[in-house]
Design a protein around this ligand. Structure first.
Ligand code: ADP
Length: 386
């Protein structure tokens, strides 16, 4: 029987998992529970949709983790789970590298929950659920903020009083595990340009961009929180901070209501009133859905342009994650706003889903590369545990 390393990515409304057998890089089993808190749905390789039993909107995240662990142990033919790796969204200023989880560092990660209220509690809840299942199983935390620790100080500072900067009110950036993976594979696809001025666009339900040189993060669009930057599925992206003061003082909203509005009711969902999912919006003829997609593309191009002074221009643009990998229309929509930079797409390569989609005359290479956050976590688990 082989050792199994399990990777868990516990998000605000989903739990993704992948189980890897020793010495193999492809998962032996992969699946997810989506719609947690609304209409939970389970899917996994070779499993029936009801394999976890009945789940309702009230079924808590922790219980869903326990059910997945229980279900995985019924697959004894795959081997025994000997280590677990987790995506943890916020490492603060303390955690820039993956760590083996202890009581002490778990307590420190817990203090960061207010910085990522819709993700961190679920990430840490999954760690606790695994501990409740097998207390002495080695677990590794891999941080989404870690990749951005290489950024120069100025890229991370706000124009706020120095005392707040010193307290950690800075831009942290997220999606670091995805950027780490793309940075690793860039030379395979871009050759020497991989070490040049590259922007990677991670466009999923959460969306951000990272500007790199030498395959290290120099600037990113998400900031202190995962609300900043691009318009996302349900999150607003960058807005004038004066709006927050108005919501509180002018409209009398409580901090909790504002949090709900900005994290859950804004973005593509709030603008379209139709859906948070790009795929659904693309199939809709509602003018608000069309406008939401147009706003998404314009804001993405604006955010990319904002980072160009940090890296001094653009040699390559890489699209990844659910929207970046699958939506030719969004890639075209964003690139249409970047013509002035010399970005030109080859429309047929773009719609055919090729890896290199720039036109021959384009001054900037444009690529579509699937990301693999779970694979990055697996690598860290193997390095740390073994
Ligand atoms: P996350 O991991 O952040 O939950 P994903 O990377 O899975 O998100 O991306 C989800 C997004 O990708 C959704 O907006 C979804 O509608 C979009 N998406 C997935 N497939 C397609 C497609 N074929 N065309 C357009 N959008 C797609």
């Amino acid at each position: 029987m082989s050792d199994i390393q399990l990777v868990l990515n516990a998000g605000s409304s989903s739990l993704k998992f992948a189980a890897y057998s020793n010495a193999q890089d492809a998962p032996v089993l992969k699946g997810k529970v989506s719609g947690i808190g609304r209409a939970p749905e389970f899917s996994a390789t070779g499993a029936s949709a009801d394999a976890l039993g009945d789940m309702t909107p009230a079924t808590p995240h922790d219980e869903i983790v326990q059910r997945v662990l229980g279900w995985l142990t019924t697959h004894a033919e795959f081997g025994e789970i000997t280590a677990v790796g987790h995506r943890v969204v916020h490492g603060g200023t303390k955690f820039s590298k993956p760590v083996l989880i202890t009581d002490e560092n778990l307590a420190e990660m817990t203090t960061l929950e207010p910085l990522a209220p819709s993700h961190q509690p679920h990430n840490l809840g999954a760690i606790r659920a695994v501990r409740g299942w097998k207390a002495d199983l080695p677990q590794v935390a891999c941080f989404d903020t870690g990749f951005h620790a290489s950024q120069p100080k100025l890229s991370r500072m706000f124009g706020l009083p120095r005392s707040l900067t010193e307290q950690g009110v800075i831009r942290y950036g997220f999606h670091g595990l995805s950027y780490e993976y793309i940075a690793r594979i860039l030379p395979r696809h871009l050759g020497e340009a991989a070490d040049g001025r590259v922007v990677v666009a991670h466009l999923g339900n959460g969306a951000s961009m990272c500007a790199m040189t030498g395959r290290r993060s120099v600037a990113t669009t998400m900031g202190f929180s995962a609300l900043d930057g691009l318009v996302m599925g349900r999150r607003c992206g960058s807005i004038d901070p004066g709006v927050l003061i108005y919501l509180q003082q002018g409209l009398g909203m409580t901090p909790r209501q504002i949090e709900q509005l900005l994290y859950k009711e804004s973005g593509l969902m709030g603008v379209s009133g139709v859906s948070n999912a790009m795929q659904v919006l693309q199939e809709s003829t509602a003018p608000e859905a069309v406008e939401a997609i147009e706003l998404f593309c314009l804001r993405a191009a604006q955010e990319l342009s904002r980072m160009l002074p940090d890296i001094g221009g653009l040699d390559a643009l890489v699209f990844t994650a659910g929207i970046g990998e699958n939506s030719a229309a969004v890639r075209a929509g964003i690139c249409a706003h970047l013509k002035w930079l010399g970005v030109t797409l080859d429309a047929s390569k773009n719609t055919a889903g090729e890896t290199h989609i720039q036109a021959s005359e384009s001054a900037v290479q444009v690529c579509v590369l699937p990301t693999d956050e779970e694979g990055v976590i697996l690598g860290h688990v193997r390095d740390i545990v073994e």
